[in-house]
Design a protein around this ligand. Structure first.
Ligand SMILES: Nc1ncnc2c1ncn2[C@@H]1O[C@H](COP(=O)(O)OP(=O)(O)OP(=O)(O)O)[C@@H](O)[C@H]1O
Length: 223
């Protein structure tokens, strides 16, 4: 922050198994978004190590981080972050176009991803022509398009009413059941019901990390 250094996270040690859904929770400012940004390669650790999908992010160059993000990691934002001038399917295929995938292949993959999240038939709609929940489904489809298997979601239900938010959690849980690894942040206790593991953060430290129905210490959660 300018010339001042802010320590947003410290002494965090946790391991997230592939194919599980992990919820990061804790008060505002506890470090949830920062942790997601680190895993996404959007920010860098000041010290320590960070392995994501077999890559040592702490040792990657900026170009390597960008390539990893594009190829392997989907990010879902609270406000959906769809481009208003593009149809849903154009939004969903964007990451593949950025990778240089041929237009026809990218469109087919985007159509498949939209089908997986319940958006079949809405491919040609613009974001403003669908509901908030459908926009978030499109953002999730963009996150998984091209068989990406790691989805990071920062308050994915935060802009939605509780019923629509529950549907979005169902979509994320269904993707987890299909083998996608999901790590999300949430303030909503109802969302924790879907989590295989819950990480509780407070003031930048990991208070607990364990399965939903047990309170396992941060140390025990380290693998
Ligand atoms: N760009 C930044 N510059 C300075 N401080 C920052 C920056 N981003 C985050 N912080 C600080 O780092 C800490 C963690 O913030 P972070 O956004 O990760 O928390 P959070 O748990 O996601 O909060 P919220 O639930 O409100 O989104 C906070 O103290 C915050 O003020």
């Amino acid at each position: 922050m300018g010339r001042q250094t802010v320590t947003a996270l410290r002494d965090i040690s946790l391991s997230v198994p592939a194919g599980t859904l992990t919820a990061l929770t804790g008060p505002s400012g506890s470090g949830k978004s920062t942790l997601l940004h680190l895993i996404a390669g959007l920010e860098r650790v000041g010290s320590g190590t960070l392995d994501v999908l077999g890559s040592e992010l702490h040792a990657c160059t900026s170009a390597e981080l960008s390539a990893l993000r594009l190829r392997e990691i989907g990010f879902v934002h609270q406000d959906f972050s769809l481009l208003a001038d593009l149809t849903l399917i154009e939004n969903v295929r964007l990451p593949l176009e950025a990778l240089g995938t041929a237009r026809g292949d990218a469109t087919a993959a985007a159509r498949a991803a939209m089908g997986r999240v319940g958006l079949a038939g809405l491919e040609e709609r613009f974001p403003a022509e669908v509901s908030g929940g459908q926009q978030q489904r499109a953002a999730i489809a963009r996150a998984i398009v091209g068989e990406r298997t790691l989805v990071l979601a920062d308050e994915p239900t935060g802009s939605l009413d509780s019923r629509t938010g529950a549907e979005i959690m169902d979509v994320l849980a269904q993707l987890r059941d299909e083998g996608v690894t999901v790590v999300l942040s949430t303030h909503n206790p109802a969302n924790l019901a879907h989590a295989d593991r819950i990480a509780v953060l407070h003031d930048g430290t990991l208070v607990s990390f364990g399965t939903a129905d047990s309170s396992v210490s941060a140390e025990a959660g380290t693998a």
